[in-house]
Design a protein around this ligand. Sequence first.
Ligand code: GTP
Ligand code: MG
Ligand code: ZN
Length: 312
Amino acid sequence: MIEEKTGKVIKGLGGLYTTRVTKNGTKEYLLCRAKGALHREDEKVLIGDEVRITVDTETPDGIVISEILPRKNALIRPPMANLDYIFITFAAAKPAPVLETVDKLVAIANHNGITPVIIITKSDIAPDAAEEYRAIYTLSGITAFVTSSERGCGVAELSEYIKRNVRDGKTAAFAGASGVGKSTLMNALFPGFTLATAEISRKIQRGRHTTRHVELFELEESGTTGFLADTPGFSLIDFARFDFMSLDELLPAFPDLSAYTGRCRYADCAHVGEGEDECAVFRAVREGRIAESRLDSYRAIYKVLKEKKKYD
Ligand SMILES: Nc1nc2c(ncn2[C@@H]2O[C@H](COP(=O)(O)OP(=O)(O)OP(=O)(O)O)[C@@H](O)[C@H]2O)c(=O)[nH]1
Ligand SMILES: [Mg+2]
Ligand SMILES: [Zn+2]
């Protein structure tokens, strides 16, 4: 007998995907392989994908993902599909953040229609720096939380935000460099989870990257279901390499800057010059209406994308 089902991919390890299938209020988890074509790099199944599953009860290994349903969005890093929120996580110190990387992630989120949320961790080590970073992102119009999993600070506020927003089938993911404390924070938010963190992995002598795969966890506290993923941290070198948008798409992905479109002296101003009289964005930075680091990040990314365009 052959049966067709649809479900959501919540985990994938060694070519075996765990899918969550609900029907008439009951749910089941099916362990599936992917059909041949879905192993190709450009058509790979991602965590968060909605998929069609064919169950052939006659054959062993007869549960197969036969089709990926249309995606809202898909990211290379973290490798996930259908995200509604991305919790861009960095530490106030240890490791010190690279704001250009943070802003690149924010731009990627905006470009893909994903709501970026900033999570600053380890505020116990550098409380003043944590508040300075929070101010930058609040000024940029992005929701930002300062947390310390060590002290339990900011955890209740973030938990409240998650309960209010990550519900009704919505999907969110923690993303950020390795070692910033994503898994530790998820454990603090949801004491029922027991994700491996660097403290634990040190004992079992693993390398630097503690979380090895993306996994979606179900949140039921709001009375509906939301999904929240822990993801492996990237190294900054990894992250610098990958392509993510074209030069023309960059400014719209910085809404705090693009709000000034049309106010510069020259209609084609790219906001990369130093002239206060010419560039309204530059002026806004001088007057404290745009965070300087945001313009710095924009310019750095602009330069890279422009160089690339030349050689395309
Ligand atoms: N002082 C302090 N240390 C923290 C805090 N949160 C996490 N850490 C420490 O930071 C280290 C890394 O934490 P993890 O949660 O494993 O980091 P991660 O972001 O999940 O790292 P990957 O899984 O490699 O991406 C551990 O030694 C934690 O104990 C915090 O709020 N304060
Ligand atoms: Mg982790
Ligand atoms: Zn300008």
